[in-house]
Design a protein around this ligand. Structure first.
Ligand code: CS2
Length: 395
């Protein structure tokens, strides 16, 4: 039976790609964790099945996900992960390893000086990119590698990172492998005790009813017939719209909302000042989008506000606030760079991030961000705002 190998078995994958595959007869999934064994242990205890709690303003529907049937943990057995990449039954390798999981430089190359990358090159713990390179080098059959992370041009970025790692390691990849781009969307909070109790399932995942997946139709091997996927030649317009409008607004709400004492997205977006700035931010971002999606941007913005208003999701602002140094350049600075007129709402998002990190550092809390140390240092500079802006590449 054809198989998908998935890197990064977090809640987003379990609410999105796993749910689509659940509705696609004939496919099974092997998951890979690059960090702890916790998710594998929790899922293995219940035969890898779990409940997806689909929440809208009217209530909760439960969908059982039974399509995942095996999981590997890279730190426990790196060779098993490499062998899985090389396995001929695997037709598609999907990834949700988050922005920082690719270890890219700001100009989109593999950061060879990153400690995790140099350790992997020296035979230490596997990174997702290193696992791909080592496994692809052993493969005999074509395969598709599909990034499902919130990065612009995620397919070509991953292809370049794989190429950079392979050249640095002196490894040849000779099989046909494609790296289509994709835009993924489904708001998926973290699991809490309330979620677990609601579903009587320790591994339950909460999510919203809305779901979208736009995929570049460039597959080297069998392509799952995922129902509802939009197959396109060019993902870029959809991806820009989603990153700049949804994710940009999310990050603004996360920082500005936390600063105003809110806990959840639905609370922050109900705050009249924040709601107005969120709408203005989406309008500013929309003006930077390609013509084909600009026309529907006003409707898209209204639909996003309705999704953020969802009172049942309980999506914590602090979950979105993490990794700001990785997210802001993509979600906010890209729009700012493309704009030719004043952008008060986008600037308010940069200011909200600065205010948030300064407040966290002043309170003695360690930031959940790969650049936490540099951010803390910049907060102590005499021109802290300038230093923080420079750190994320804001002019
Ligand atoms: C959020 C995203 O945590 C975050 O950074 O903005 O996870 C967002 O919920 C998803 O991209 C929605 O598809």
């Amino acid at each position: 039976m054809p198989r998908i190998l998935h890197f990064g078995v977090g809640n987003f994958f379990r609410a999105h790609q796993a749910a689509y595959t659940q509705d696609t007869p004939g496919w099974r999934i092997t998951g890979v964790s690059f960090r702890s064994a916790d998710v594998r242990d929790g899922l293995a205890d219940q035969g890898y099945d779990y409940a997806l709690l689909i929440k809208d303003a009217h209530g909760t529907a439960i969908k059982r996900i039974t399509v995942l049937d095996h999981m590997l943990v890279a730190p426990e057995g790196p060779q098993a992960v490499i062998d899985a990449v090389a396995d001929g039954d695997v037709q598609v390798i999907t990834l949700t390893v988050s922005e920082k999981g690719y270890h890219l430089t700001p100009d989109g190359r593999l950061d060879l000086s990153h400690p995790a990358v140099s350790a992997d090159l020296a035979g230490g713990p596997l990174t997702p990119v290193g696992a791909l390179v080592r496994g692809l080098a052993q493969r005999r059959d074509p395969v598709t590698v599909l990034s499902c992370d919130n990065l612009p041009e995620n397919g070509s970025k991953l292809a370049r990172a794989v190429h950079d790692f392979a050249s640095a390691a002196g490894i040849d990849i000779t099989i046909n492998v494609t790296f289509p781009a994709s835009m993924v969307d489904r708001i998926t909070p973290a699991t809490t005790d309330t979620t677990r109790a609601e579903a009587s399932d320790l591994m339950a995942v909460p999510t919203e009813a809305f779901s979208e997946w736009v995929v570049e139709d460039h597959f080297a091997a069998a392509r799952p017939d995922w129902p509802g996927v939009q197959w396109v030649d060019d993902v870029a317009p959809y991806e820009m719209r989603k990153l700049r409008m949804l994710n940009g607004a999310h990050s603004y709400l996360a920082y500005a909302g936390t600063l105003r004492g809110h806990t959840y997205v639905h609370e922050a977006v109900a705050d009249p000042d924040l709601r107005a700035t969120t709408q203005a931010l989406m309008a500013e971002a929309a003006q930077t989008l390609p013509a084909e999606v600009q026309l529907q941007a006003a409707q898209y913005s209204d639909d996003l506000i309705a999704r953020f208003d969802n009172p049942s999701l309980h999506h914590r602002l602090r979950q979105i606030a993490m990794d700001g140094s990785q997210k802001l350049p993509i979600r906010i600075l890209a729009s700012l760079a493309a704009r030719t007129s004043d952008s008060p709402a986008l600037e308010a998002a940069v200011a909200a991030w600065i205010g948030f990190v300064q407040a966290e550092v002043a309170a003695g809390r360690t930031l959940d961000d790969p650049m936490a140390d540099q951010i803390a240092l910049a907060c102590r500079a005499s021109d802290a705002k300038g230093a923080l802006r420079a750190l994320i590449g804001a002019s």
